[in-house]
Design a protein around this ligand. Structure first.
Ligand SMILES: Nc1nc(=O)c2c([nH]1)NC[C@@H]1CN(c3ccc(C(=O)N[C@@H](CCC(=O)O)C(=O)O)cc3)C=[N+]21
Ligand SMILES: [Mg+2]
Length: 279
């Protein structure tokens, strides 16, 4: 079974669109997302454009602030400060990665946690760890929605997450743990990776290596969520999973493109609406 991220994300955005229309009918202020893009990375430009398009689809306001790669950390901190204070702005997203001369963690910590639609601020991270209500990173939330869409119950299941990033691996592990899964986090120092992933009822691939996981890494009947966003030898978009080799062995799998990527954007809209309501 293919888990169609494009379709599931469309449904989520339709629901948000209805809520925003209701706000408009009631004469209320419209939610607004501010996206900051530093430099000219073509992939980042595509992702940011997709985020702005999603805002248009759901009827939210958006603000794209593009700066060239020489924009300094001080200037960026001042910009964030002004967006924190801007009553019209509900969500602030600084597109990652930022240029090397900028301290990523300092930027994340400068964003007001209530406007932190990425869910990367330490105060939102702490809430996630404690299973308290806060803003949760979009990609991990999107993956939970995909499991919900196929009515997959994580309780008692073996989840193996490969990749330990703050953006995907760690938060998705916590979300699975909170649903009573047995969670293993594997990474580049894991020995016998294949032995570990072969135990997985749910395999979450988030390492950024094109088509790394072939069928030898996957248990028969597993569910595979592919977070990879890579280019293959023909410069075609592909995931961390060798889709063609794995597809016949699994219960369900997410494609790339059209899988986790569109879900990330839908959940960004959801987080922006959540920030709006909280404010
Ligand atoms: N502050 C921040 N927040 C992020 O959420 C964030 C970020 N920085 N930096 C980069 C990563 C990556 N990311 C993607 C979002 C959508 C697609 C997406 O829409 N992918 C489409 C294809 C897009 C294409 O054609 O290239 C798909 O999978 O079907 C991909 C990747 C968000 N990220
Ligand atoms: Mg990693």
């Amino acid at each position: 079974m293919l888990i169609n991220g494009k379709e599931i994300s469309k449904q989520i955005k339709e629901d948000i669109k209805k809520e925003v229309e209701l706000l408009k009918e009631e004469g209320k202020r419209i939610p607004c997302l501010a996206v900051i893009l530093i430099g000219e990375d073509p992939a980042s430009q595509v992702y940011v454009r997709n985020k702005i398009r999603a805002c248009e689809f759901v009827g939210m306001k958006s603000m794209t602030i593009s700066k060239d790669a020489s924009f300094t950390q001080e200037e960026l901190l001042a910009l964030i400060d002004s967006l924190n204070k801007n009553e019209e702005v509900d969500g602030i997203l600084v597109q990652l990665p930022v240029p090397d001369h900028i301290d990523e963690q300092a930027i994340i910590e400068a964003i007001d946690p209530i406007k932190d639609v990425d869910g990367f601020h330490p105060s939102n991270v702490a809430k996630l760890v404690l299973n308290e209500d806060g803003l949760v990173p979009c990609t991990p939330q999107g993956m939970m929605c995909m499991l919900d869409a196929i009515n997959y119950d994580l309780d008692g299941k073996e989840v193996v997450v490969v990749g330990r990033s703050n953006i995907v691996g760690k938060p998705v592990s916590l979300l699975c743990l909170h649903r009573n899964a047995t969670v293993t986090i594997a990474h580049s120092h894991t020995g016998n990776l294949r032995d570990v992933t072969k135990r997985a009822d749910v395999l979450i691939a988030a390492i950024g290596k094109p088509k790394f996981f072939d069928s030898s890494y996957v248990k028969e009947g597993a569910v595979v969520l592919d977070v990879g966003m890579n280019r293959d030898e023909n410069n075609k978009l592909c995931g961390d999973v060798d889709f063609d080799d794995v597809v016949d062995k699994v219960q369900a799998i997410t494609p790339v493109p059209g899988g986790v990527g569109p879900m990330t954007i839908a959940l960004l809209m959801s987080n922006t609406l959540k920030s709006y309501k909280a404010r």
